[in-house]
Design a protein. Structure first.
Length: 256
């Protein structure tokens, strides 16, 4: 059996977002610390990353989220080594990744969004397998969705190589990304070769003054880099909205 998991041994968890959509709940607790099925979402995420064989994690936080540090600690109880990096100003996901350049060094790395609920821990391992087997510069986890509103979208060829992507398009701009009755939405996890850090660090701020990973990836594609996708059939959910939290709680009630 081939050991895919040895080639990606570092992960970044992005947890610096304000969580405004979950107010007033997030006035008292970081959204990543909200419990789903009796456990903080970010704790579940750390366990999933550990299960995928990735054992060095750096968590990117905003200055007001030290409760996450207190909860996760050094990571030893999860079988990982956790360090922390503060993103002083909320300048977007590309900025959050680029400030971890020293931690990443010359190694391939996983990026995970800290407010992601993962139904199946195998998703991260499967993404790394795609990254390894396709020998691409980056790979993304995506899901088929019927409504593209609020998602970053990708367009792929018949071999699932990425040929286009866009961050949260307007309905008209989303049309070219439709595949039959669905779209491929970027969900939760990305894997990069270390060389991708140069594109991420050079990302320019957009209209709102923030630097987004989708712009980094688009620039990389324009310069001859290659990306692929893993299409997950298991649910990957951003818990940063009351609607999603309510849906998860309703599911739990049905199971019980």
């Amino acid at each position: 059996m081939k050991l895919y998991l040895l080639m990606v041994n570092k992960a970044l968890i992005l947890a610096a977002g304000k969580g405004t959509r979950l107010a007033p709940l997030t006035d008292y607790i970081p959204k990543e610390m909200i419990e789903v099925e009796g456990k903080a979402v970010i704790e579940q995420l750390v366990e999933a990353i550990s299960c995928a064989g990735v054992h060095k994690i750096q968590v990117v936080l905003s200055p007001n989220k030290y409760s996450i540090v207190r909860h996760l600690g050094s990571g030893s109880k999860y079988g990982v080594e956790i360090t922390y990096r503060i993103q002083e100003d909320p300048m977007g996901t590309a900025d959050a990744v680029s400030i971890c350049r020293e931690f990443v060094g010359k190694e391939h790395f996983l990026v995970a969004y800290g407010d992601t609920y993962l139904e199946n821990n195998e998703v991260i391992r499967q993404l790394i397998e795609v990254f390894d087997s396709k020998k691409v510069d980056f790979a993304l986890t995506v899901q088929r969705v019927s409504d593209p509103d609020g998602f970053g979208l990708v367009k792929v060829d018949d071999d699932r190589n990425i040929i286009g992507l866009v961050e949260k398009p307007d309905p008209e701009d989303a049309i070219p990304y439709k595949i039959g009755e669905y779209y491929l939405a970027i969900r939760g996890f990305l894997v990069f070769q270390s060389s991708m850090m140069s594109y991420i660090s050079e990302t320019q701020a957009g209209k709102k003054g923030e630097k987004w990973l989708t712009d980094s990836l688009r620039n990389a594609l324009d310069n001859g880099c290659h990306g692929s996708v893993f299409i997950s059939k298991s649910d990957i959910m951003d818990i940063g909205a009351h609607k999603v939290l309510n849906e998860l709680r309703e599911r739990k009630k049905r199971i019980e």
